[in-house]
Design a protein. Structure first.
Length: 386
């Protein structure tokens, strides 16, 4: 298949995170199977989803942390899930690739099945007998739900099947090499009160009212963080500070009942040189001190780590030379790269399309960028695998 034909096949799979990704995993495995190729699945705990790992070339066993950073070869990484398409605003079928005004339009065309299609065809066209070092595809599930597939890979992939340390994650970066991104830490605060008839409020404790005061305290912390500057903040000129978003709140059962429970969820975008555990403790301190006489619990829902790759990492410098790029970039979204970095991988984000159109109706990838990205990925394979 041509790259565009393959992209059309991939977007036709509705891999919204609520669905199983096994049908698209089956297709990928069948498409890439040939002599000299090793295909493995890394299933989710319930077996309804799977990461797909496709490899060719000499394999390296895992040994020491020092040797880990010296592993040759290349991993092309992408996630297979997409956010819901919804029904409003689309000018065409969200799961049917449409060519419009020099773009390919479909849910996932940009984020990030365009990059997945290119990685698959670059792998499929590789000269296996020339590979001196491994070429690997790592396709994950549920990145959109908080890098869950990458976390599963990190927890369960055997140490004696170590992958190359150099990784290109195909997130939409408008063909820029990106070596930094913010993390996404999600937390839930639950305020416990006491129910009572609303006509006798003195017999109860209103959890919603207490939660409102706690949220105000968290908002004051968010305002204070806007004035805080980290070294990496200069690479995020639009929002150079950590962000706290009070994203969802639920509480109460009826208008005539004093609510005995209220919970709200927080999303925290941390800069690459910030420590998530320190932020967790900071949030707890603010929450508990906001009303020390009330029973409040704080839990971490998920922690997608930030990415911070050193500027002179070979994967970054090689890609920058190919792109004639002379500066470093950071992006404000999280990706699988943060999880993989914590395993010792050196990751850079690179792909066609803009994050500004991801998750939107009529999501698109420019055809020119799509075609140019193919040549760049082929160059990276030549540099790291042949």
């Amino acid at each position: 298949m041509t790259d565009s034909q393959l992209l059309g096949r991939l977007v036709a799979f509705d891999t919204t995170s609520t669905n199983s990704n096994l049908p698209i995993a089956d297709f990928i495995c069948e498409y890439l199977e040939r002599p000299g190729v090793t295909i493995a699945r890394n299933p989710s705990a319930d077996g309804t989803k799977a990461n797909v790992i496709v490899s060719a070339g000499q394999r390296h066993g895992d040994s020491t942390d020092a040797e880990r950073s010296q592993r040759g070869g290349l991993v092309l990484c992408g996630h297979l899930d997409v956010v819901p398409a919804g029904e409003q605003g689309w000018n065409s079928d969200a799961f049917c690739l449409t060519e419009t005004n020099g773009t390919y339009v479909a849910r996932g065309a940009c984020d990030m099945k365009g990059s997945v299609a290119l990685a698959m065809n670059v792998f499929a066209s590789a000269e296996l007998d020339r590979l001196a070092r491994p070429l690997v595809l790592l396709f994950t599930y549920d990145e959109e739900l908080g890098t869950l597939g990458a976390q599963r890979f990190a927890e369960t992939w055997p140490d004696d099947q170590a992958l190359p340390s150099n990784v290109v994650v195909g997130e939409p970066t408008s063909l820029q090499a990106v070596r930094m991104h913010k993390g996404h830490l999600t937390m839930r605060v639950t305020v416990h009160g006491k129910s009572a008839h609303s006509g006798s409020p003195h017999l109860g404790s209103n959890a919603v009212e207490t939660a409102a005061r706690v949220i105000q305290a968290v908002s004051r912390l968010a305002d204070a963080l806007k004035r805080q500057r980290c070294e990496s903040g200069r690479f995020f000129p639009t929002v150079p500070y950590p962000v706290i978003n009070v994203a969802r709140i639920t509480g109460g059962t009826a208008i005539n009942v004093i609510p005995d429970r209220c919970e709200f969820d927080l999303g925290l975008r941390l800069l690459p040189d910030m420590n998530s555990q320190a932020m967790i403790e900071w949030i707890k301190d603010v929450v508990f001190k906001s009303d020390p006489h009330v029973n409040i619990t704080v839990e971490v829902i998920n922690d997608s780590p930030p990415l911070l790759l050193y500027e002179r990492a070979p994967i970054h410098t090689t890609l920058c030379r190919r792109l004639n790029q002379t500066q470093s970039y950071g992006v404000s979204f999280a990706s699988d790269a943060g999880v993989l970095q914590n395993l010792g991988f050196e990751c850079v984000l690179f792909g066609p399309g803009s994050i500004q159109v991801a998750h939107q109706p009529n999501e698109f990838v420019p055809i020119d960028e799509f075609n140019r990205a193919r040549a760049v990925l082929e160059h990276m394979v030549e540099q790291f695998c042949y």
